[in-house]
Design a protein around this ligand. Sequence first.
Ligand code: SAH
Length: 508
Amino acid sequence: MFLTISTSGTPESPATDLGFLLHKHPDNAQAFSTSYGTAHVLYPEASVERCTAALLLEVDPVALVRRGRGKEKGRGGAPDAALAQYVNDRPYAASSLLAVALSAVFSSALRGVCKARPERVGQPLPLRIEVPALPARGGADLVRGLFEPLGWTVDVTPVPLDEQFPEWGDSRYVSLVLDVPDGKLTLSEALRHLYVLLPVLDDAKHYWVSPDEVDKLLRAGEGWLADHPEQQVITSRYLARRWSLTREAMDRLELVRLADADDTDVEEIDNAVDEEADTDEAPVPLAVLRREAILTALTAAGAGRVLDLGCGQGQLVQALLKDARFTEIVGVDVSMRALTIASRRLKLDRMGERQADRVQLFQGSLAYTDKRLKGYDAAVLSEVIEHLDVERLPALEYAVFGSARPRTVLVTTPNVEYNVRWETLPAGHVRHGDHRFEWTREEFRAWARKVAERHGYDVEFVPVGDDDPEVGPPTQLAVFTQADKADKTNKNVENGENDKNAKEVRAA
Ligand code: SAH
């Protein structure tokens, strides 16, 4: 099994610098022993204009079987069917074994380290990668779906099952040529793409996938996996479809993505506040109106112990702290960066003991149930749901309404109908780059009513901001109250009235 990596060059930046970047001299053929066989690195061509490095892995099928057995014992897994251990495609196809050899032989290049030519490590270069026999479960379409979003031009040719019998159709192997022009990818990025995507296409990891594979995946995926449209396929196949690991990886990728999105958040929020403050008759910023509406609803519900879920940079927590009726305030966010800013804003480290006793911040994801969130009077999700992919909302719904189950839940989200009224918002745009969706009033209400019904809550809707007769308010707020608790409150009211009536009757 083998693959080649080629680049082109000029006298100022010769193609043979590839040898420095790969830490393998173009003049030598070198061999490295790995636990599966011998890896060879050689250069079929090496000139100023063009340089090609080939990685050839000579698999030792016996070593492979021995290794497999040793692993098998410990975990009681079924070994391969007897013959498959000896007769398989491993020696010939660019499978996960080749990916392991790649990372072993080119480990510095993969990590982007090069002492001899440090200045070239970060420079993109024109690259061509050829893999003549690549097992590709999912076919040519998946190969394109995996590499094209990363900037590669993909030329993929299915290999027929048997050339003499074309009617038998194609095998699961393809021959692959990847090209990228100068200026797009560094060698380290290209190698990390291969390191992850070869085993993904092979979809048959030859070794037991342990939890530290998640770390390896995230390290190799740095800078490209968090935004890859096929992230789920990549993650789950790479981790041999172990769901718990896949979930952990996806969650951590979400953290990465949010941390990146966070940078814009801070600036956008600050700019928005400054702009508002600059004008003479500054209208009250929507964020302030939202907080006021939330405080009013919390007070009306008689809530003392309050969760702020997706608390962001802690503005609401700060407002809640100013009101002594809120005896316990917990801010939760998935973004460590947001929590750090919140903690600075609240001056948590300099807070008096009594105040400090009332407030807590911790990291958590609303996509998972969390025991720490149980038993509160109220939970606020202010401008949070639209930051999750729609497919993840059922998980959030269950975590909040099914598991944490506070008596009152307040959810705010933008009303997309109002977007036409924002002068600065181009038509068809959402208000924030990280919004996964923005709903009409009807969409939000339909969602909220279903959630309420499924989990035994009553729900009411409150407009926040200028309630436009045509398109409604800019922010929509849903107030959920646990149905049995609501009944009790109603009963109390009724009882109170009955008492009053009784008194009146008596008085009469
Ligand atoms: N509630 C604040 C911040 C809204 S921005 C306000 O009204 O101003 C949305 C926040 O939700 C961000 O801080 C983001 O980090 C957080 N968030 C997004 N997905 C989350 C998840 N799955 N779990 C917890 N917080 C999440």
